[in-house]
Design a protein around this ligand. Structure first.
Ligand code: SAM
Length: 372
């Protein structure tokens, strides 16, 4: 656990350690600020609506909140089931992990598409010796008759182990020309840093609009994907479906048809609109479609508080964002986080800050809904 510093010198809960893969937009570094901004609020039930790496969900669960983790991605669901639904001591999984580590590797679907040897001219995300182990371990997981949580723990362990020996910049749309030093290591599974959940947490793999229907929460935390604000390079936006296609294949083990140099799954093609939040175009009234989706989401969410993460790489104007934040609630706290200086300051609405500084600044907005 790492201790947090309270802005006002109050005694704060330490932020629990979390575990995860390399993930674009992971809020690992933001965790202390999230708990800072909600300090003093009466909160028991929490929705992490775009749970991604599950770092935020893990932290809330470890602190004893009742958590619903939701994301449309398979990998997020698997990680969340392992960390949030486990009620057993971590040692219970050691025998499964030992069994999987002892398997003999072979050249299967993953090796065929993603495994490279040192002398190869083509770029690959992993060394062949490690994809061979991946092939053997992944097939065996399906044969072991594991229950839902055990299978999620085994898959989480496999994904974490592959992530530790990758030769990438943290995504799978293009691979490095030279092998990364870590790719030479032998892939080895470990029991993930699980904890015994005392609460009945829930894990969902839904479009967020379906998840918020008919459910109430004390706090809803929203960290949607934000498109790039670089008009000249729309492809630079993060598209989770294409960035992490490989984890989807590891989870489903469906050996899909692949395309292109990066050997992506057919269903991760750019033409397939994965999410309205990744939409970078404007509607016919000139408003960004993704920002209008956030407006609608806040409106349709039945929560006492909504906490919204926003990054300055996102696309909006100050006026549009202000209007969204006050449309169906009251903005009660707003924080601007400077990673490098490791500080959080109160936001100054008077400054032209959105998209104006070329820095990747993070913002947190706390909205109170249903104010009596
Ligand atoms: C910025 S990331 C979230 C990062 C996360 N807070 C963390 O700390 O790792 C955005 C996430 O939104 C998910 N997503 C995109 N569209 C969605 C939708 N319509 N409903 C639910 N999740 C969605 C993506 O799969 C991605 O994991």
């Amino acid at each position: 656990m790492t201790a947090t510093t309270d802005l006002f010198g109050h005694k704060k809960l330490p932020i629990p350690d979390t575990e995860g893969i390399k993930y674009a937009g992971s809020k690992l570094k933001i965790l202390p600020y999230i708990f800072d901004i909600i300090a003093g609020l009466e909160i028991e039930t929490v929705l992490d609506g775009f749970s991604g790496s599950t770092r935020v969900s893990q932290a809330f669960a470890k602190l004893g909140y009742n958590v619903v983790a939701n994301d449309i991605a398979e990998w997020s669901e698997t990680l969340a089931k392992a960390y949030l639904l486990n009620e057993e001591k971590p040692q219970k999984y050691q025998a499964i992990i030992d069994h999987l580590n002892n398997l003999q590797g072979y050249e299967g679907w993953f090796s065929q598409h993603y495994g490279g040897i040192e002398s190869s001219n083509e770029k690959h995300p992993f060394q062949l010796k490690n994809t061979m182990k991946l092939d053997a371990i992944r097939d065996e997981i399906d044969r072991m008759g594991l229950n839902e949580v055990e299978k999620s723990v085994a898959l989480t362990s496999l994904i974490l182990a592959m992530d530790a020996v990758d030769s990438t910049l943290g995504h799978y749309v293009a691979y490095l020309a030279d092998w990364s030093p870590r790719s030479y290591n032998d892939m080895k599974l470990k029991v993930p840093n699980l904890f015994v959940n005392k609460r009945k947490n829930k894990v969902l793999k839904n479009d967020i609009f379906d998840t918020v229907k008919g459910q109430a929460f004390d706090l809803a935390y929203f960290d949607p994907p934000y498109g790039s604000n670089n008009d000249k390079m729309p492809p630079s936006r993060v598209r989770y479906n294409s960035y992490y296609h490989i984890w989807k294949s590891v989870i489903l083990n469906d050996k899909p048809k692949v395309f292109g140099k990066a050997q992506r799954r057919e269903d991760s093609r750019d033409g397939v609109a994965a999410s309205v939040f990744e939409e970078f175009r404007k509607d016919d009234k000139g408003n960004f479609i993704a920002m209008q989706a956030i407006r609608r989401l806040i409106k349709e969410t039945n929560a006492h508080y909504v906490l919204l993460s926003y990054s300055s790489g996102g696309r909006t104007t100050k006026e549009e964002l202000h209007s969204i934040l006050n449309d169906s609630g009251t903005l009660i706290r707003a924080k601007e986080i400077d990673y490098k200086k490791n500080v959080m300051g109160n936001m100054r609405w008077t400054n032209e800050w959105i998209n104006s500084d070329n820095k990747n600044t993070e913002y947190l907005f706390l909205i109170e809904k249903n104010r009596k």
